[in-house]
Design a binder for this molecule. Structure first.
Ligand code: HEC
Ligand code: HEC
Length: 239
């Protein structure tokens, strides 16, 4: 890395880390504060000329490339793994934060700072980060009869694919994703009428609402316990 880039990198990581802490602040208007901080920090630190991929992903490293890193909004949970995710889904998710279809103050601030081209480049980058891992079509672990019934009721594999790792269209791989994040994400699809929280996805809203939170948690525990293709690639290799 040349000097300019490493300075930029340090700035961006610092602002990302600041954001993570901002999220930990008391619940008073967490959305507005974190969102404004994210937008202004990121925009001020962004180079005026077309940014290199390295500079773009520097905005993400402080959260998505630290194994076990926790977020605290809307409750403490691990930051989702995005390395190895399908590129079309990463793109769709970033756009959903940008439009507000997915409400999440920090990710909205981040996504707002990205252009269409940035989103394409970053999605391609993260989908390949860490190399390809392919899991077998059959999960190594069978669900309990109760969980098997829940998974069948909504035909989760018909969209998320064999072993929850071969999704159709621009849908996500979910096998092996952090259990606590899966649970938060599933509940978010049930949430509406909240300015800073919730996902208004037409497909998953109808599905998540068929289940109690305890049932969503049981499915999240099982799906998160499977081997998957998602990873967190440590940011030590970027320093
Ligand atoms: C301050 C920490 C932080 C930073 C910095 C950050 N993210 Fe995130 N990201 C999160 C959290 C927390 C979530 C979960 C949000 C939710 O619940 O919807 C998330 C969610 C995502 C998702 C959706 C994952 C999924 O499975 O649906 C994508 C994609 C993503 N981030 C990409 C990025 C990219 C690309 C960058 C850099 C340009 C970035 N993030 C920077 C914390 C961060
Ligand atoms: C008809 C297709 C379909 C079915 C059936 C389906 N899903 Fe989904 N799922 C989706 C789509 C599309 C998304 C992405 C929505 C978005 O953009 O937020 C998604 C997102 C998710 C997410 C969020 C992943 C992330 O990284 O944030 C989880 C968790 C999830 N689904 C679990 C399930 C479970 C559990 C079932 C069965 C009970 C299920 N899905 C059934 C289409 C489906």
């Amino acid at each position: 890395m040349n000097k300019l880039l490493s300075t930029l990198f340090a700035l961006l990581v610092a602002s990302a880390t600041g954001l993570a802490h901002a999220q930990a602040a008391p619940a008073a208007a967490p959305g507005a504060a974190a969102s404004a901080a994210a937008a202004s920090n990121v925009k001020q630190s962004a180079p005026a000329s077309p940014a290199s991929l390295q500079a773009k992903i520097a905005m993400c490293l402080g959260c998505h490339n630290i194994p076990g890193y926790q977020a605290s909004f809307p409750e403490v949970h691990k930051v989702p793994m995005i390395a190895g995710q399908t590129p079309a889904y990463i793109e769709t998710a970033l756009k959903a934060y940008k439009t507000g279809e997915r409400k999440h103050p920090t990710m909205r601030g981040i996504a707002d700072a990205l252009t269409e081209q940035d989103i394409k480049d970053i999605s391609a980058y993260y989908s390949k980060l860490g190399g390809a891992t392919t899991v077998a079509d059959k999960p190594a672990r069978e669900p309990s009869p109760q969980v098997a019934g829940l998974l069948q009721k909504a035909a989760c594999v018909s969209c998320h694919g064999a072993n929850f790792s071969k999704p159709i269209a621009n849908y996500p791989k979910i096998a092996g994703q952090h259990k606590d994040y899966l649970y938060v994400a599933l509940r978010a699809y049930k949430q509406d009428n909240n300015p800073t929280l919730g996902r208004s996805n037409g497909i998953m809203a109808g599905i998540a609402r068929q289940f109690s939170n305890a049932e969503l948690k049981a499915m999240a525990e099982y799906i998160g316990s499977l081997d998957g293709e998602l990873k967190t690639v440590s940011d030590s290799r970027f320093h």
